[in-house]
Write a protein of this length. Structure first.
Length: 428
């Protein structure tokens, strides 16, 4: 890897990430089935939605899945703790139902709500309505079903009280005093244990023939790991070598809890039942965000983007199945070059802005208007945001063109982008 400007690229990406969370155009709101859910139920719904966030349009997951899973979470927390009722196959009150047998003669399943669809689903997703009930079918439903089932069963105990925030608080209490350096990553590992550990391959026959004794056995094994610090730390060390970079959905959700202006208030409010304000401040401290890993995805593994920010000579250990594993590269570079400088220069997770950046910049070859392009001879001068006529350049054209983020000019003194030492001078 020979890109000497990578530190500056971290700064540029940090600008876009700041804009992402300041943007007035939000796309991560969940379509809750009712408006008066408590904060913890909203967090649990968000986690359940991300479990199913694979190979599907994210809007459908948050709109249709959010409606069904928020009702499931609400029933779970307030009305029923019997998994055989909530997610059993032969119960009229279950949130899982058998579909009509298809041409392949395999019995398939869908998640199903109880309440009538709201206006959003009626107008936007009429095909997700059957007999006035909302139907949601994730792409990898057999595995998703078990992940959700295991999650709810593990939380359903005296220690965790059917509460995701209580679970996180308990993990925090066990970890933070001894290992603040790895606090966020160990919380992520705990969430992995809660939902994904040893799920394995599943098909619809596993759902149809489920023995709930297996679920209880699995829950017992996970709780034993969580309660045994020696075993927990041993497994974490192994997890952190490779698997920690593969947990896209878990990282996205935990990132939202910590950084999203929509979900962080719910996160803090829910935690206030279990932790002091000072402990919540410690857990949500921005200085710990450098522990967040970049969720590996199609966009940040894009070769055009990867070759641009990394240059030539990428070590083969970072290439897997013809894809550049950028999150591994960025973590290694950060630990070697930026870790002791604080998070002002940026940190690996912020490169998730590639989700909106790559389609607008890299796939359209917009190097001439790209801030990263200005580090080479590809880029041209950018219009400075601090214009004498602020109405002329509001919203910020760079944030808007680069990622579609709508923010106002911060002024030259506060703007990270303006104050980067470009090789071709400052923006004009």
């Amino acid at each position: 890897m020979d890109n000497k400007d990578l530190e500056k690229i971290f700064e540029i990406v940090s600008f876009f990430d700041d804009a992402r969370w300041l943007s007035t155009q939000r796309d991560d709101m969940i379509n809750f089935y009712k408006g008066d859910l408590d904060d913890d139920t909203k967090l649990l719904t968000h986690w359940l939605c991300y479990i199913t966030n694979r190979q599907m349009d994210f809007e459908r997951i948050f709109d249709v899945g959010g409606f069904v899973f928020s009702e499931l979470a609400d029933h779970y927390k307030g009305k029923s703790n019997d998994m055989r009722v909530l997610l059993g196959q032969n119960n009229k009150n279950s949130f899982i139902r058998k579909d009509t047998v298809g041409k392949d003669s395999k019995q398939k399943y869908s998640f199903i709500g109880k309440e009538s669809p709201n206006n959003l689903i009626q107008k936007k997703y009429p095909k997700s309505i059957e007999n006035e009930r909302v139907i949601f079918k994730s792409k990898i439903l057999p595995v998703d079903y078990f992940s959700i089932l295991y999650t709810l069963d593990i939380l359903n105990c005296e220690t965790y009280r059917k509460s995701l925030s209580c679970f996180i608080a308990e993990i925090y209490k066990k970890i933070h005093k001894d290992d603040k350096e790895n606090l966020i990553q160990k919380i992520l590992f705990s969430l992995h244990l809660l939902t994904y550990h040893n799920i394995g391959r599943k098909d619809y026959s596993n759902v149809c023939n489920l023995n709930f004794d297996i679920v209880e056995k699995h829950s017992k094994e996970i709780k034993e790991i969580l309660d045994n610090q020696v075993k927990f730390n041993t497994l974490f060390e192994e997890f952190s070598k490779e698997k920690i970079f593969e947990k896209k959905r878990a990282w996205c959700c935990l990132r939202d809890f910590l950084k999203s202006p929509l979900f962080n208030p719910h996160f803090r409010n829910a935690l206030s039942q279990w932790l002091s304000i000072s402990d919540i401040d410690t857990l949500c401290d921005q200085n710990l965000w450098n522990q967040l890993e970049l969720p590996g995805d199609t966009w940040n593994n894009n070769f055009t983007f990867g070759n641009c920010i990394l240059g030539k000579g990428i070590d083969k250990k970072y290439i897997k199945k013809d894809k550049i594993i950028i999150n591994r590269i960025l973590r290694d570079y950060y630990n070697k070059n930026l870790k002791d400088k604080g998070i002002a220069l940026g940190y690996p997770e912020q490169f998730d802005i590639s989700f909106t950046f790559v389609p607008r910049m890299c796939e359209k070859n917009n190097c001439d208007i790209c801030p990263i392009g200005r580090l080479s001879d590809k880029g041209k001068d950018l219009i400075c945001l601090d214009d004498p006529d602020p109405s002329k350049y509001s919203p910020c054209p760079v944030a808007l063109d680069g990622c579609g983020y709508v923010i106002n000019c911060l002024g030259r003194e506060k703007c990270k982008l303006y104050n980067i030492n470009y090789s071709h001078g400052q923006p004009q």
